[in-house]
Design a protein around this ligand. Structure first.
Ligand code: C2O
Ligand code: CU
Ligand code: CU
Length: 452
């Protein structure tokens, strides 16, 4: 595959034009349908005025293709100088040896030796992931496999990836991000606008505000992704309805679970089936965000346009069950996600440390399982690269059903203690964990770990 990152003008708010920075000039970028254990190489060509790094979120990817924040692609004819004084834009210390530059384009290798799952790719550039994803650098990669194919779940046009994210717009339709001049980011007053992460007041689904999907009165598989920088959603269907969850971040659940509502933190995915035969033809079913008010409540509509054929089902057993059991003897580690320091010195840190490329906080062994304990002072959606995990407990209690299945991102809520069982399977090398509130990520809430 080859994709070109380039600016493009699109119509998002009717009657206006928005310049996006998109993979192939589209927002979301192209959806890649790939197969388990059929490796692909994606050549990413950068024609944007800024350096980029592309990460496949949820991918079990060799470290060199993981989209490390200082491993950059710079457009032909553009310059890049490491920031002066060895400090990044947000003041993080970066050893000059940490920067890698690719001119024009580079190849990312994805072996995809992993279960069927809804993955997504997005920009991961040091200091600028949040504004660059905001401008459109994100898309889906859907991994299929025989185990998934063997199930009678809805397929084809009834298998719909839905990228949900919020944006704000200027009068003329351009994206509004609190500062367009990045140098403003570090001045104390403006930094406040970013502290809790940037939210927009309009919800987009696959790049469109409040869209309508015409559906038949039958089952649909909806692959929900929260691709927002910082916003959390509580999704519900009205008038009434249920989401039958069949998969989580990293693939199928053992058995389906019905939810009246789904709360999604940034980067989480929920693979759900909605049965529109529950509604008479002609009904408009809305998916709303009950954590939002005004336009931030409106997500999308489904118009039940015609009768449907009952040719799909949700079987009671979806995948080989692997219960999340607490091992008796294993390595445990704690990671505290917290804002430390005062005023302009304030940073979002992990264990009191701002991100320092090349200084791993942990060295787990390949092929082992560890217990990681996350604590926080705020909402921090904690994401681990390469290794997938199970949520073992929240505040010492058995987690809710929405925490089920293999995951790569967990919503750590204010003052919570969340324990996860992480399996280091895949590759040795340097990976990262970070808060997926993208402004927090850019403001240093990131850490290396090295699988040895
Ligand atoms: Cu979705 Cu390190 O990111
Ligand atoms: Cu990731
Ligand atoms: Cu955070």
């Amino acid at each position: 595959y080859e994709v070109v990152q380039r600016p493009a003008k699109v119509e998002i708010v009717p009657g206006t034009t928005t310049e996006v920075w998109g993979f192939d000039g589209t927002f979301p970028g192209p959806t890649f349908a790939v197969r388990r254990a059929s490796p692909v190489t994606v050549r990413v060509r950068n024609e944007l005025p800024v350096p980029t790094s592309t990460h496949l979120h949820g991918g079990v990817t060799p470290a060199g293709s993981d989209g490390y924040p200082t491993d950059l692609v710079v457009a032909e004819g553009r310059g890049f100088r490491p920031p002066p004084g060895g400090h990044s834009h947000h003041g993080m210390l970066v050893d000059p040896s940490q920067w890698t530059l690719h001119r024009g384009a580079r190849d990312y290798a994805y072996p995809l030796d992993q279960r069927a799952a809804t993955l997504w790719y997005h920009d991961h550039r040091m200091d600028f992931t949040a504004p660059q994803v905001w401008r459109g650098l994100a898309g889906f990669m859907i991994v299929g496999d025989d185990e998934d194919d063997a199930l009678p779940l809805p397929r084809g046009e009834r298998d719909v990836p839905l990228m949900i994210c919020d944006r704000a717009f200027e009068e003329d339709g351009s994206f509004r991000y609190p500062a367009t001049d990045p140098s403003l980011l570090v001045s104390a007053g403006v930094e406040a606008a970013y502290m809790e992460g940037v939210e927009g007041d309009v919800i987009l689904v696959n790049g469109a505000p409040w869209p309508v999907l015409e559906v038949s009165a039958t089952r649909y598989r909806l692959r929900l992704l929260n691709a927002s920088n910082a916003r959390r959603y509580r999704l519900e269907l009205t008038p009434g309805g249920r989401f039958v969850q069949v998969g989580s971040d990293a693939g199928l659940l053992a058995t389906p679970v019905a939810h009246e509502a789904i709360t999604m933190a940034p980067a989480e995915r929920f693979d759900v089936v909605v049965d529109f035969s529950a509604y008479p033809v002609g009904t408009e079913v809305t998916m709303v965000n009950t954590l939002g008010t005004g336009p931030a409540r409106d997500v999308m509509r489904f118009r039940v346009a015609r009768r449907g054929r009952e040719d799909s089902a949700v079987p009671g057993r979806l995948a080989e069950a692997e219960p999340a059991v607490r091992p008796t003897a294993t390595v445990s580690r704690s990671f505290d996600f917290r804002r430390t320091g005062q005023g302009p010195e304030a940073a979002w840190t992990i264990n009191g440390l701002p991100f320092r490329p090349g200084s791993p906080l942990a060295r787990p062994r390949l092929g082992t399982t560890e217990i990681w304990r996350f604590t926080s002072d705020f909402h921090h959606p904690v994401h681990v690269h390469m290794a997938h995990f199970r949520v073992l407990s929240r505040n010492g209690r058995i987690p809710a059903a929405t925490d089920g299945g293999w995951k790569d991102t967990v919503d750590v809520r204010p003052y919570e203690v969340v324990e996860v069982l992480v399996r280091f399977e895949g590759f040795r090398g340097r990976y990262m964990m970070h808060c997926h509130n993208l402004e927090h990520e850019d403001m240093a809430m990131m850490a290396d770990f090295e699988v040895v």
